[in-house]
Design a protein around this ligand. Structure first.
Ligand code: NAP
Length: 343
């Protein structure tokens, strides 16, 4: 399956956005999705509610029609803020993607894909989001302590009841998706994917293309590294996860910064754009249906439009690969982000 897309101009704001279908559903999604983990504050050094609400509204003005959240982001806070932002008439303009299957006790996260947990969590999410339907519902992480069939059956039941409009999973392997699909339809996978973290290239992305599973790629900006705004002296405060992410530690950070600097130069010279748009364009051109863009301030979405309506040619992709291979000599994957399998 290749991404079938259209390009539309927003009649109110004049901005351009590409849209793509989620096969097997009625949903048509913008090719950039707003990511709201940071809006929940937790693991991102806090957030400001008014700025966060303004960010969700700004996303809609940019033609973004999907907002991705999760109960665990700020332990309900991100969902509540998304609910507040969309209340009062904007709900009809946005598709809400949220998640299920992680629980928390005293700030400690564990996986729980049980039917009981899913049925309880969906009710909590609907309340926080101030809605009666979730457009895209994703199992946040696989729970190896119980059969995937149990999780899949619960998701299928919610879909058949009409409580959710598309069934998704996140961070699943091919084998886990196979098991899931033997019990339930599967419309969406949300995997990590960016210029530096390409673990899905070998098996997962080809599998999704083959089985018409839409992909919501997270971390497209590599947690801000690919924004082009980071410097060697950039510091992260409070519980910001980048204080522990191996890419941001002294041994590797300079390698990634050197790559970003060279990618930015290449983007300017070859396309008259910047590394942030190049990074998102690359993800989309690899066949990802929609790239998640984590933002918590309206101005962070200003470059979105410049990532739309063009494509990288194969010579550009080769040059990008050369730059990264020469600068990032000992790359790391996204593994450190996974919650423990057994608590
Ligand atoms: P990301 O999108 O790769 O990066 C977000 C970062 O980019 C933020 O740090 C933000 O800066 C920075 N940024 C955004 N626009 C910018 C701009 N114009 N200029 C400079 N910096 C800019 O990171 P992510 O939040 O990890 O991923 C995005 C979304 O994916 C999340 O919000 C969440 O919805 C989803 N996600 C899902 C999973 C999963 O397991 N399914 C895991 C991770 C993320 P500041 O820090 O300064 O605000």
């Amino acid at each position: 399956m290749s991404v079938q897309q259209t390009v539309d101009r927003n009649s109110q704001t004049g901005t351009f956005m590409e849209y793509a279908d989620i096969p097997g559903t009625e949903l048509k999604v913008s090719r950039v999705t707003l990511g709201t983990w940071a809006i929940g504050g937790w693991m991102w050094g806090g957030s400001d509610e008014a700025e966060s609400i303004a960010t969700v509204k700004a996303a809609l003005r940019h033609g973004i029609n999907v907002v991705d959240t999760a109960p665990v982001y700020g332990f309900g806070r991100s969902e509540e803020i998304v609910g507040k932002a969309l209340a009062g008439g904007l709900r009809k303009d946005a598709l809400i993607a949220t998640k299920v299957g992680l629980e928390w006790h005293d700030g400690k996260i564990t996986r729980n894909g049980s039917r009981e947990r899913i049925m309880r969590e969906v009710e909590d999410s609907l309340k926080r989001l101030k809605t009666d339907r979730i457009d895209i519902y994703q199992v946040h992480w696989p729970d190896p302590s119980r059969p995937i069939a149990e999780t899949a059956r619960a998701m299928r039941d919610l879909y058949e009841q009409g409580t959710i409009r598309a069934i998704g999973v996140s961070n699943f392997s091919v084998k886990q998706m196979d098991e899931f699909r033997s019990v339930s339809p599967l419309h969406v996978l949300q995997p990590p994917y960016n210029l530096f973290e390409r673990g899905i290239d070998k098996e997962i992305l080809p599998y999704c293309k083959k089985h018409s599973i839409a992909t919501l790629g997270y971390g497209a900006l590599c947690r801000g590294l690919l924004s082009g705004r980071m410097r060697a002296e950039t510091k992260f405060s409070g519980d910001d996860l980048r204080r522990h992410d191996p890419k941001f530690q002294t041994d590797r950070f300079p390698q990634y910064l050197a790559a970003v600097e060279q990618l930015d130069r290449f983007a300017r010279e070859r396309y008259g754009t910047h590394v942030i748009e190049l990074a998102v364009r690359w993800v989309l051109d690899q066949g990802i249906t929609t790239a998640l863009w984590g933002a918590r301030r309206p101005d962070e979405l200003t470059p979105v439009e410049a990532a739309m309506g063009w494509s990288l040619d194969s010579a550009a992709k080769t040059e990008i690969d050369r730059i990264i291979a020469e600068t990032v000599v000992n790359p790391v994957g996204p593994e450190f982000m996974a919650p423990p399998e057994y608590a």
